[in-house]
Ligand binder design. Structure first.
Ligand SMILES: [Zn+2]
Length: 323
C-alpha cells in the first residue's frame, strides 16, 4: 500500500513567516502606530504617502494596509467564473474602504478591532483582519461587489489543493479566523474576571485590572489524527460519525489529554473508539486546523501512521457510527 498525503491545508502562510523586529515599519508594533495615525486621518481612502529617497531603503517606507473582514468566523471572499472552473480569492479591502463600509453600517472603526496578520515587504503591505459580526447591513454593502462571507470549511472544500495561490489564501484565512475567534473567547481574564484588552496589534491580550495585568496568549489545542494500518492484510481502518454526509469516512482523531505523549494519545484514542490495539506509531506531518468549533479555534492536527496489533473492531457507538 502506498499513500501520498503531502499537501497540508492551512499551512505555508506567505505573510506570517518571521515577525519583523519592532523597529521595522512592517512589525506589529510599528504597523499599529501607523494604523492609529491613519485612523485619525480623514484621507484614509488615499494611498499612504511613501517616503522613498535615494538614501532610504524600501523598508523605511510607510507600508500600505489591507484588511480582511470576517463575520461570525466567515472570511469575506470574492467568487467568480474562471477559465475552467469557478475561482475564489480573499476579499481584501483597503483601510479607507473598510472605514467607509463600517461608517455606512453605523460602526466606528477602532484600533482594537483590527488584528495584525503579517506583512509582505516586497509588496509594501501589512495585512490585518477585522471582526465585523455586529454589522448587519454589511452583507448588502459587500454583496454589490460580488463579495460575500463564506464558511471557511466551505472555502476549504472548494479549494483546488494543487493551486498554490488558493492554498496560500486558505492559510491566511485560517490564521485570521483562529486569531479572531480566540479574541472572542478570551474577553475576560481567567484569573480575576476583569476585561482583557488586545496588545501588540492583537497578538496577545492583557488583563485590564492594574493589580493583575495577566498576559494571555492564543492557546493551541493539539489533536492527534491517525491512519490505523493492518500491515499484513494491506488494509486501513476508517470511521464515520453520524453527522457525516453519506459516503464520508475519516481517520480516527482525538484531543490529547494532560500528561500524555502524542504516541500515547494515538494508542488511547484508537482503542477507546474502535477497540483496536496499536503498536508502532510513526509521525507523518502536522497542520493547523482552524475550522473546528468556535470554542477551540486554534487546533493543531498532528498526523500519524498507527500500526494495529489487534484486529477485532469494537466501535464506541457514542463516538462513532461505524468503521
Ligand atoms: Zn486579571
Amino acid at each position: 500500500m502506498s499513500t501520498n498525503l503531502q499537501t497540508q491545508a492551512f499551512a505555508g502562510n506567505p505573510i506570517r513567516s518571521k515577525t519583523p523586529k519592532s523597529t521595522d515599519p512592517f512589525s506589529p508594533t510599528s504597523a499599529l502606530e501607523s494604523l492609529k495615525t491613519r485612523l485619525l486621518d480623514n484621507t484614509l481612502h488615499c494611498q499612504p504617502q511613501k517616503h522613498h529617497s535615494s538614501l532610504s531603503s524600501s523598508s523605511s517606507s510607510s507600508p500600505d494596509f489591507k484588511v480582511l473582514p470576517f463575520r461570525k468566523g466567515r472570511p469575506l471572499t470574492y467568487s467568480g467564473p474562471g477559465e475552467t472552473a469557478p475561482v475564489w480569492h480573499l476579499g481584501w479591502i483597503s483601510l479607507g474602504d473598510c472605514k467607509i463600509f463600517l461608517a455606512n453600517s453605523g460602526i466606528e472603526l477602532k484600533e482594537e478591532a483590527l488584528v495584525y496578520l503579517g506583512s509582505r515587504s516586497a509588496d509594501d503591505v501589512v495585512y490585518w483582519a477585522i471582526d465585523v459580526s455586529d454589522g448587519d447591513s454589511l452583507a448588502s454593502e459587500f454583496g454589490s461587489k460580488q463579495l460575500c462571507f463564506v464558511e471557511l470549511r466551505t472555502v476549504m472544500v472548494a479549494t483546488d489543493w494543487a493551486d498554490q495561490r488558493a492554498m496560500a489564501d486558505l492559510a491566511i484565512a485560517g490564521h485570521a479566523r483562529a486569531l479572531l475567534e480566540w479574541h472572542n473567547v478570551s474577553r475576560f481574564c481567567g484569573h480575576c474576571g476583569e476585561k482583557t484588552i488586545p496588545k501588540e496589534a492583537g497578538k496577545l491580550k492583557q488583563c485590564s485590572n492594574a493589580s493583575c495585568k495577566k498576559r494571555i496568549y492564543p492557546r493551541v489545542d493539539p489533536v492527534v489524527i491517525m491512519l490505523v494500518i493492518d500491515r499484513e492484510n494491506d488494509r486501513v481502518l476508517l470511521s464515520r460519525q453520524s453527522r457525516f454526509v453519506p459516503r464520508m469516512w475519516s481517520c480516527i482523531a482525538g484531543f490529547i489529554e494532560p500528561g500524555e505523549s502524542l504516541e500515547e494519545a494515538v494508542r488511547r484514542e484508537t482503542w477507546e473508539e474502535t477497540g483496536i490495539e496499536v503498536g508502532e506509531v510513526v509521525y507523518h506531518t502536522s497542520q493547523p486546523w482552524p475550522v473546528g468549533p468556535n470554542s477551540m479555534p486554534c487546533q493543531l492536527m498532528v498526523g500519524f501512521y498507527a500500526y494495529a496489533k489487534s484486529f477485532e473492531i469494537n466501535v464506541d457507538k457514542e463516538e462513532l457510527e461505524g468503521t
